[in-house]
Design a protein around this ligand. Structure first.
Ligand SMILES: C[S@@+](CC[C@H](N)C(=O)[O-])C[C@H]1O[C@@H](n2cnc3c(N)ncnc32)[C@H](O)[C@@H]1O
Length: 275
């Protein structure tokens, strides 16, 4: 009789496997942005969202999602629900999921029914009360994927939630050019130009963010190279069909006077479809 192989590698779940990813059972409960909830709400300017949301992130998310009336969106890492009005205006159904109870509380106060907000971990989406597999037309990670770790479990959860043919949209800080603490602007006086310095790129990093004035806690940003996103999406049957590299609105503001802002993007947005 053959013996089972020793040192078998941990099970890699199939993309439609309803069981959690191998790290899920021992995953500690994480607070997400719970300690930062009050500060984040203030930075967002309350209900409507920050300038970055209003001018860049949300319009690009909406145009990539192309929500149709009657479709159902799951917004993963929804925070205080800033995208809910955009989804409801398209006559879509909206379910937001976040791990921070305080941000969810704000979301529920600001965006009452029919918007629905659920407490859950993006990396263990299968265990969130109120979610069903293969039942969403679209999924969104709006400036949240770089706050969520591991990437593999988060992408797997999105694939689990989506119907076949459904799409997932990510809007994130550009992983090639805007790596926290590992990139920045520099000035080359000889060539009279402003350049972007990149110190690290290929190595995945967990980066404690510099706190803003008045911030009550520290958030961690998870840096991964673009290949990590492309390959993880592919592993879970999510094929990329659109990619946008979005410059800052500072590019059009003469006060900032940095021509490189026009050519070096701030955000990366991706749309992938479940095949
Ligand atoms: C930068 S905020 C973005 C929130 C919202 N999408 C927006 O654009 O305002 C990142 C969000 O991800 C949430 N988050 C972090 N880790 C999470 C996890 N494992 N599961 C669910 N949400 C998580 C945080 O609580 C926080 O609300």
């Amino acid at each position: 009789m053959s013996q089972p192989p020793r040192n078998r590698p941990p099970r890699k779940p199939h993309r439609d496997d309803p069981r959690p990813a191998s790290d899920a059972p021992r995953r500690p409960a994480r607070a997400g942005w719970e300690p930062l909830a009050d500060w984040y709400d203030g930075w967002m300017g309350g209900k409507d969202g920050s300038k970055h949301h209003v001018r860049l992130a949300m319009p690009h998310a909406a145009s990539l999602l192309e929500l149709q009336a009657g479709e159902h969106l799951i917004d993963i890492g929804c925070g205080q629900g800033v995208f809910a009005p955009t989804a409801l205006a398209a006559e879509a159904r909206y379910t937001g999921v976040d791990i921070s109870p305080s941000l969810l509380e704000l979301a529920r106060q600001r965006h009452p029914k029919p918007a629905l907000f659920l407490h859950g971990d993006a990396c263990r989406l299968e265990f969130t009360d109120g979610l069903k597999p293969h039942s969403y037309d679209a999924a969104l990670f709006l400036l949240s994927i770089q706050d969520i770790d591991p990437l593999d479990s988060a992408v797997r959860g999105a694939s689990w939630a989506l119907k076949k043919g459904g799409r997932v949209v990510f809007v994130m800080t550009h992983p090639a050019f805007r790596i926290p603490r590992q990139s920045g602007w520099g000035r080359d006086e000889g060539r009279k130009l402003t350049y972007r310095r990149i110190d690290r790129y290929l190595t995945p990093l967990s980066i404690p963010m510099k706190p803003y004035p008045g911030q009550s806690g520290v958030s961690i940003s998870f840096h991964r190279p673009i290949s990590a996103y492309v390959n993880t999406l592919g592993e879970y049957g999510l094929l990329i069909e659109a990619m946008r590299e979005i410059t800052s609105f500072k590019a059009d503001d003469p006060e900032h006077d940095n021509p490189a802002e026009k050519d070096i993007p701030l955000f990366l947005a991706l749309r992938a479809r479940k095949v």
